[in-house]
Design a binder for this molecule. Sequence first.
Ligand code: GLU
Length: 436
Amino acid sequence: MNAATTAPIAAPTEARELPRLTAGQRALAAAQAQFDAAAQHLGMDPDLRAVLRVPQREYSVNFPVHMDDGSVRVFTGYRVQHNLSRGPAKGGLRFHPQTDLDDVRALAMWMTWKCALVDVPFGGAKGGVTCDPRTMSGRELEALTRRFATELQPIIGPDSDIPAPDVGTNAQVMAWIMDTISMHHGYSVPGVVTGKPLAIGGSAGRADATGQGIVYTIKDAAARIGIQVAEATVAIQGFGNVGEAAARLLHEAGAKIIAITDVGGGVFDPGGLDVPELARRFRAYGTVANTPGTKPIDNETLFALDVDVLVLAAMEGQITEHNAHRVRARILAEGANGPTSPGADPILRDRGVTVIPDILCNAGGVIVSYFEWAQNRAALAWTRDEVNDRLRRQILSAAEAVWDRAAADRITTRLAAHALAMERVAAATRIRGLYP
Ligand code: GLU
């Protein structure tokens, strides 16, 4: 048979289904669309645009791990360094089935803008392994982490690229990475990762830092539109590292959390959820679903709740052009990276939703990572109050710049945040000049 007889007959263009994009491809398209909009707004010159639109370095590894059943499984991992103009690369490592090169490229680019916006002296990076840590034993996870750390060794280090926790990773994973790199060096290298346990050079306040930063930016945004957080109703998507801390701290601040969803389902109580009890159940069962005394709720219903604050603390691409018109919250707090797609932004703007963009809202994590890295370099340990006080000042100074810029240029807070960040990265790139 020749190709002409085996090739499928193409349907007319209008009837043909568009190819389905992966979550990673959608995230990268979103990151680049945001970049293009801000570059356009800034009138950035085409040469600089071409440089900043793509990652500087991409590193892919395939590596074997002994599984508990005696088999050997080959995993794929990535580290993408988007831009190094302002300092060493910085960003988390994600262990998730959806992790692929495009996803990591998008997340690395967002880290560059985030670090620049909150003015920490880092470039942007992200990494991860395509895996489902929830189906792996502790031993398998440790073996995977240590081998991945070994594969990353040529490119990570306190002066070059400093990983941190992200979706599916935590302080224990950082401890294994720090130990593996230290074993290879023959001495402790605490500054190679941040988000470590306190016992080995972690910073007070780091575990809650992303959630704490979300709460600071929500309080700030709420005050700007005349809402008291102590009287606010809140819905939260996600109850992992970030969502749980945000829920707990908002609950402590007096807000009424009426809905939470996580990987296993969701809970709703218009009278207010018992957040500490949900945290206990999450630790015991890996989900808050089916908590007695609550009603079940799914993500789409949660997004449409009539609440003061909607916190997105899960994955990318949750609010899109398909569901943005249902959002009734007054404040949308982007605790996750890239939770709102570019098609949703004009709809949210027209609905009068106050968006706290991700690169501002969730920057508490990387701000305290910077404090941890700086403390490691100086062999110092700050108190939790000291850390939180510095975090509050640093994130609110960025927030103020974003609100001022949005007002001055009559643009959305997202465009303002990207414009501010990209100006700083562009300035650093320009003044360093082109080598050779
Ligand atoms: N993974 C976090 C983020 O997306 C923290 C990164 C870091 O601390 O380096 O911002």
